[in-house]
Write a protein that binds this ligand. Structure first.
Ligand SMILES: [Zn+2]
Length: 78
């Protein structure tokens, strides 16, 4: 049996992640629109934690860009 490997080769996956992060950084998508409160990089720079974005940064982004929080409607009244 020569089934396809379940795991993507690590290096290919890493490269894809690098590209994804780099693209986000360039266009200041998502959390990259904010400076990071944790590692203090300015907006548009990658976090110093490679291939991850600090939680505080995500939170800052969410807090700013949050449209209107739509809470799940407790529709179980009846
Ligand atoms: Zn950071």
């Amino acid at each position: 049996m020569n089934s396809a490997p379940a795991l993507i080769s690590g290096s290919v996956f890493d490269a894809a992640m690098d590209i994804a992060y780099e693209t986000h950084r360039q266009f200041r998508h998502g959390a990259f629109a904010e400076a990071c409160p944790t590692c203090h990089v300015p907006a548009g720079e990658l976090c110093l934690a490679r291939r991850s974005v600090h939680a505080a940064r995500r939170r800052a982004h969410r807090a700013r860009s949050e449209p209107t929080t739509v809470p799940l409607m407790p529709a179980l009244g009846r």
